[in-house]
Ligand binder design. Structure first.
Ligand SMILES: *[C@@H]1O[C@H](CO)[C@@H](O)[C@H](O)[C@H]1NC(C)=O
Ligand SMILES: [Cu+2]
Length: 314
């Protein structure tokens, strides 16, 4: 019986260590500590939305899938001011799951602040994604592996074309080492300044929950099956990337002419478009190993290789 106590403690510790979330952010030299999920909510003051648990979300349609909590803001909720075109980095704990995609979304809040706005009521658009970067589904390098390799962090550039305003930014890593897929999203409140005039098109907008379904190919891929040994493609879940669908100035109330014909809650299995020349905004991704989105930059920018994984319109 005496042996059971240390074993139970070891298992409990392992369970916490096995998962986690976004613990902090940085932007333009400013550091932002995040919410501490296992501390009392009382007195917590942070730009991050409260979140409940280090455990994964195993149902892609769960009510918690927008921001890993009930969607509400904290009592001490802050908002970071972030310039359009600047890079924002999210930092995870020492991350144990290198097999799966990395995704970053924005959602604009309707009023003068996101504080008090339920994240489940917002429309989200994807500004960054990295799926299978090289190799095969069984043994290749994934976006999450890149995140682990770069200090358990992921840097996203706020597109300069995004309209200024109040937003939630949702960083997400998805782990595919076991099924159902494990979703780990966390959100922070930002005010984007100096932005542009390209609202996301209707085809680029989804709700969370709603943006994923449990049958999405990107959430049901089997890393250990025979097909995975030769498969070199992977369909990242969610809507087409911001800037890849429809024309550059289509307002969000108009249905875009992009490849995803509907943006309804269950229409999310659509893969990112392969080619849509001339639609990627300045600073948007236009190439890189494993990248499957649009490759043409809006005038006058050209697709510029930054490294093997990332080319950007500059
Ligand atoms: C790595 O991440 C930690 C936070 O998890 C941060 O404190 C540290 O500055 C980062 N190191 C570098 C070189 O960016
Ligand atoms: Cu885990």
């Amino acid at each position: 019986m005496l042996q059971l106590i240390p074993l139970a403690l070891a298992l409990a510790a392992q369970q916490v260590n096995a998962h986690g979330g976004v613990l902090s952010y940085s932007n333009a030299g400013t550091w932002y500590d995040g919410w501490k999920a296992y501390n009392t909510p009382t007195g917590q003051v942070t730009i991050q939305r409260p979140w409940a648990t280090y455990d994964p979300i195993l149902d892609a349609t769960a009510s918690t899938v927008s921001c890993n909590d009930d969607g509400t803001s904290g009592a001490g909720q802050l908002t970071a001011t972030v310039a359009a075109g600047s890079a924002i980095t999210a930092y995870w704990n020492t991350w144990p799951h290198p097999y799966g995609p990395q995704l970053t979304y924005l959602a604009q809040c309707p009023g003068s602040t996101c504080t008090g706005v339920d994240s489940k009521t917002l429309k989200w658009f994807k500004i960054d994604q990295a799926g299978l970067l090289s190799g095969t589904v069984a043994s290749g390098t994934w976006g999450a592996g890149k995140m682990v390799a770069q200090n358990n962090s992921w840097t996203t550039t706020i597109p300069s074309t995004v309209p200024s305003g109040q937003y939630l930014i949702r960083f997400e890593t998805i782990a595919l080492h076991s099924l159902p897929a494990q979703l780990y999203p966390e959100c922070a409140q930002i005010q984007i300044t100096g932005g542009g005039s390209r609202a996301p098109t209707a085809a680029e907008l989804v709700s969370f929950p709603g943006g994923y379904s449990n049958s999405d190919p990107g959430l049901t891929v089997d890393l250990y099956g025979t097909a995975a040994k030769t498969q070199t493609t992977y369909i990242i879940p969610g809507p087409p990337l911001y800037g890849s669908s429809g024309s550059g100035s289509t307002p969000s109330s108009t249905v875009g002419s992009g490849p995803s014909s509907t943006a309804g809650p269950t229409s999310t299995a659509a893969p990112s478009p392969t080619v849509s020349a001339g639609t990627v905004a300045k600073y948007g991704q236009c190439g890189g190993s494993g990248y499957t989105g649009a490759t043409g930059c809006v005038s006058p920018y050209t697709c510029t290789k930054l490294n093997d994984y990332y080319s950007q319109c500059l």
